[in-house]
Design a protein around this ligand. Structure first.
Ligand code: NAD
Ligand code: UDP
Length: 321
C-alpha cells in the first residue's frame, strides 16, 4: 500500500514509518519540522519506497494514497502552547485538509487523537463513552479542544461523505527520539538525571499518568487502521503511576544521587489518567507488552547515546578566518 504519515518526522510518526517500511509498504512522510527532525527518518531518505515532503498541513495538498495516518500536531504542552493559534489551525484546518484528501482519493484515515479529550477526568479509568471535563478557554484548550474538533470533523466526514475513518485516543507515550526540550515528563526526568541536575516534580507529584512504550503504541495504531472498528479506541498502557513514583524510578535507574525538587503545578494539569483498554483488547486483540522499567531502560540508552554524540568534539575545530 502507499501510506501517508503526517507528522512522520516526529517521535511516534518516525517509529510508525520504520514499522510500515519494514513491512514493505510505500511511505510518504509529510512534515513541517516544527517538532520533527530529519535525523528521525535519515536512514530512509535513499530508500526507493520512502518519500519526504516538507509541507504544512494547514495548506491543502494533492497526493494519491491508500491510507492516511494523521499525526501532525505538536504534542507536548511546551510546544503546543508556544503558538496556540497555530495549534488550533493545525488541528482544524490541517485535519480538514487531510480529511478532504481522504475523501477525494477514498483513502482510509486514522486520526491520532488523545486522552486529553477527557480533560481533568471525573471518571476513572477513562472509557471511550466518557465525554470529558475540558476547560474550553484554558491554556491547554488549543490542544485538547483542537483534538475534540478533529474527532468531530472525522465523524462528520464519515457520516456525511462516507470517509472510512479510525480514531485512536492515545495516552502518554514515551520512548527513544523524544526531544530533550519538549518538557514532557519522561524525557525531562531522564535528561535531568543524566545531566546530574534535580528532577523537577510539578505539584506534590501525586497526580498520575499511565505510560505506554512507543513500539506497543505503534502496533495498536496499525491494528486499528487495519481492523473493522472505527473507534474511538483508547490506546495506552493501563499501569498507572504517580509522577513522584516515576521520578523515583528514573532516579533508581539513572542516578540514585539525583535530587528531586518540587515546582508549581501548571494550570489545568489533569489529576489522574488511566485508560480502560477493554475495547482495544476485544476489538484489536491488542494490549501493551513492554513494562515501564524495560521501556525506560531502552529510552535511557537512546538518550545517553544522543548526549554522547552531541558532546563529541570535532577532530579539527574549524577556525574562523
Ligand atoms: P511530535 O511533536 O514528535 O510529532 C508531531 C509531528 O508533527 C512533528 O514531526 C511536527 O514537526 C509535525 N507537525 C506539527 N505541526 C505540523 C503542521 N502544521 N504541518 C505539518 N507537520 C506538522 O509528537 P508525537 O508525540 O510524535 O505525537 C504525534 C501525534 O500523536 C500528535 O498528533 C499527538 O497529538 C498524538 N499524541 C501523542 C501522545 C504522546 O504521548 N506522545 C499522546 C496523545 C496523542
Ligand atoms: N511533570 C512534572 N515534571 C516535569 C514535566 C511534567 O512533574 O518536568 C508532570 C506534569 O505536571 C503532569 C505530568 O508530569 O502532571 C505529565 O506531564 P506531560 O507534559 O508529560 O504530559 P501531560 O500532562 O500532557 O499528560
Amino acid at each position: 500500500m502507499r501510506i501517508l504519515v503526517t507528522g512522520g518526522a516526529g517521535f511516534i510518526g518516525s517509529h510508525l514509518t520504520d514499522r510500515l517500511l519494514t513491512a514493505g509498504h510505500e511511505v510518504i512522510c509529510l512534515d513541517n519540522f516544527y517538532t520533527g527532525d530529519k535525523r528521525n527518518i535519515l536512514k530512509w531518505l535513499d530508500h526507493p519506497y520512502f518519500e519526504l515532503i516538507r509541507h504544512d498541513i494547514t495548506e491543502p495538498i494533492r497526493l494519491e494514497v491508500d491510507q492516511i495516518y494523521h499525526l501532525a500536531c505538536p504534542a507536548s504542552p511546551v510546544h503546543y502552547q508556544y503558538n496556540p493559534v497555530k495549534t488550533v489551525k493545525t488541528n482544524v484546518m490541517g485535519t480538514l485538509n487531510m480529511l478532504g484528501l481522504a475523501k477525494r482519493v477514498k483513502a482510509r484515515f486514522l486520526l491520532a487523537s488523545t486522552s486529553e479529550v477527557y480533560g481533568d477526568p471525573e471518571v476513572h479509568p477513562q472509557t471511550e463513552e466518557y465525554w470529558g471535563n475540558v476547560n474550553p478557554i484554558g491554556l491547554r484548550s488549543c490542544y485538547d479542544e483542537g483534538k475534540r474538533i478533529a474527532e468531530t470533523l472525522s465523524f462528520d466526514y464519515h457520516r456525511q461523505n462516507n470517509v472510512d475513518i479510525r480514531v485512536a485516543r492515545i495516552f502518554n507515550t514515551y520512548g527513544p527520539r523524544m526531544l530533550e526540550n519538549d518538557g514532557r515528563v519522561v524525557n525531562n526526568f531522564i535528561f535531568q538525571a543524566l545531566r546530574g541536575i534535580p528532577l523537577t516534580v510539578y505539584g506534590d507529584g501525586s497526580q498520575t499518568r499511565s505510560f505506554c512504550y512507543v513500539s506497543d503504541l505503534v502496533e495498536g495504531l496499525i491494528g486499528l487502521m487495519n481492523g473493522e472498528h472505527i473507534g474511538p479506541v483508547n490506546l495506552g498502557n493501563p499501569d498507572e503511576y504517580t509522577i513522584l513514583e516515576l521520578a523515583q524510578t528514573v532516579q533508581n535507574l539513572v542516578n540514585p544521587d539525583a535530587l528531586i525538587k518540587f515546582e508549581p503545578l501548571p494550570a489545568d494539569d489533569p489529576r489522574r489518567r488511566r485508560p480502560d483498554i477493554t475495547k482495544a483488547k476485544s476489538w484489536l486483540n491488542w494490549e501493551p507488552t513492554v513494562p515501564l522499567q524495560q521501556g525506560l531502560k531502552l529510552t535511557i540508552e537512546d538518550f545517553r547515546e544522543r548526549m554522547q554524540r552531541e558532546m563529541k568534539i570535532p577532530e579539527k575545530i574549524p577556525v574562523n578566518q
